[in-house]
Design a protein around this ligand. Structure first.
Ligand SMILES: *Cc1c(COP(=O)(O)O)cnc(C)c1O
Length: 320
C-alpha cells in the first residue's frame, strides 16, 4: 500500500479534531455516543471539506493552477470552503453554482460576499453543463485552471477521510459504529475504506441526504480511492451500510432532521445543520431505536459541519 504521506498535501485545517462523549445523549439513548468534531476543522466555519481540500488544492498547486473552479448547490458548504482556502493560498476561486435553492445573501452566500468570491449561477441541474461552463470561463480567462468536482468527492478528496479514519484510530477509543452524512459520497467512501484499513471491527454507516444512487457511488469511489493507494481490498455491501434520510429532498429540511438538530442543541449545546448533519443524526437516533446497535456498542457521530446552512435553509419548526 502506498502511504497517505506520499501524496502532496497542504495544511489548511487544525488536526486532529476532538472526539468527546455526548453525556446527555448517551444517557437518553442508554449507550455511549461520542462525537467527532469535524465542525471544528479550523477553516471558515469548519466542516468536512477541509480534509478533502488539503489534497485537492495541493494537486491544483502542483499543476500550476491559478484559478480553481468548483460547483454545488447555491448553499454549498464545499464551495464556500473552497473559496476560503483558495483565498488563503493566493488562488482565485470561481464558484459555478446551481441556481436552484437559496441564492439570497444568507448563509454561505453571505460568507462568499464577505470574501469577495466570484460566484456565478447557472440554471441547470446537469453537472456536465456546469463543467463545460467552467472550461468556457477558464479558456476565456486564459489562465491555468483546476476543476474540483461537486463536494470534492473524487478519489483524491476521499483520501482526506481515509486519513480521518487513521486519525480516529490514533485517538485511543474503539468504536463499533461510525455514523456520517452522505451527500456526494467522498466522506462515506473515505471513512468506510479507512475503517477497513485502520479500524478493524468498526462499521461506518452512510446517512443519505440526497437521492443519488449511493449503493453504486459508494463502492465505486471506495475502489477508486483504494486504487490510488495501490491496493484492491474486497468490498461488499457489508462495508458500507446506507440509510435513506433524505426526507422531502436534498437541502430541504425534514421533520426528523429538525428534531435532531433541536435535540443536539438542547442536550449538548452543539449545533447541527438542517441539510446534512441534522438528517444524519436523525438516522443515528432511528438506528438506536430499531436496535441496530447492541447495548454495549460504542457509537461515534461525525459532525461534518454545515453551520452556514443553519442560517439559510428554512426549517419549519414544530417543536414543543
Ligand atoms: C458536503 C457535506 C457533507 C457530505 O459529505 P460528502 O462527502 O459530500 O458526502 C456532510 N456534511 C456537511 C456539513 C457537508 O457540507
Amino acid at each position: 500500500m502506498k502511504s497517505i504521506e506520499s501524496f502532496p498535501r497542504l495544511s489548511l485545517g487544525i488536526f486532529p479534531t476532538p472526539i468527546h462523549k455526548l453525556e446527555n445523549i448517551s444517557r437518553l439513548l442508554g449507550r455511549e455516543v461520542y462525537i467527532k468534531r469535524d465542525d471544528m476543522t479550523g477553516l471558515g466555519l469548519g466542516g468536512n471539506k477541509v480534509r478533502k481540500l488539503e489534497f485537492l488544492l495541493a494537486d491544483a498547486k502542483a499543476q500550476g493552477a491559478e484559478i480553481v473552479f468548483t460547483t454545488g448547490g447555491a448553499q454549498s458548504n464545499h464551495a464556500m470552503l473552497t473559496a476560503a482556502a483558495a483565498g488563503r493560498l493566493g488562488m482565485k476561486a470561481i464558484l459555478v453554482l446551481k441556481k436552484r435553492g437559496v441564492t439570497d445573501c444568507a448563509g454561505n452566500q453571505l460568507l462568499e460576499r464577505l470574501m469577495g468570491t466570484d460566484v456565478r449561477f447557472v440554471d441547470t441541474d446537469d453537472y456536465a453543463d456546469i463543467y463545460a461552463e467552467m472550461d468556457r470561463i477558464g479558456q476565456e480567462m486564459g489562465r491555468a485552471y483546476y476543476k474540483i468536482p461537486c463536494g470534492g468527492s473524487n478519489a483524491l478528496g476521499a483520501l482526506g477521510y481515509v486519513d480521518c479514519a487513521r486519525e480516529i484510530a490514533g485517538q485511543g477509543l474503539h468504536f463499533d459504529h461510525i455514523v456520517c452524512a452522505e451527500g456526494s459520497g467522498g466522506t462515506m467512501a473515505g471513512l468506510a475504506l479507512g475503517a477497513k484499513l485502520f479500524l478493524p471491527g468498526t462499521k461506518v454507516h452512510g446517512m443519505m441526504v440526497d437521492t443519488d444512487p449511493f449503493d453504486r457511488i459508494t463502492p465505486a469511489l471506495m475502489r477508486e480511492t483504494a486504487a490510488l493507494l495501490e491496493i484492491a481490498p474486497e468490498i461488499t455491501p457489508e462495508d458500507y451500510p446506507l440509510r435513506d434520510m433524505c426526507g422531502p429532498g436534498y437541502a430541504i429540511a425534514s421533520e426528523a432532521g429538525n428534531a435532531a438538530v433541536s435535540l443536539m442543541a438542547r442536550q449538548e449545546g452543539i449545533f447541527l445543520d438542517p441539510v446534512y448533519t441534522g438528517k444524519a443524526f436523525a438516522g443515528l437516533l432511528e438506528m438506536a431505536e430499531e436496535g441496530v446497535f447492541a447495548a454495549e456498542d460504542r457509537v461515534l457521530f461525525l459532525h461534518s459541519g454545515g453551520a452556514g446552512g443553519l442560517f439559510a435553509v428554512k426549517m419549519e419548526l414544530r417543536l414543543s
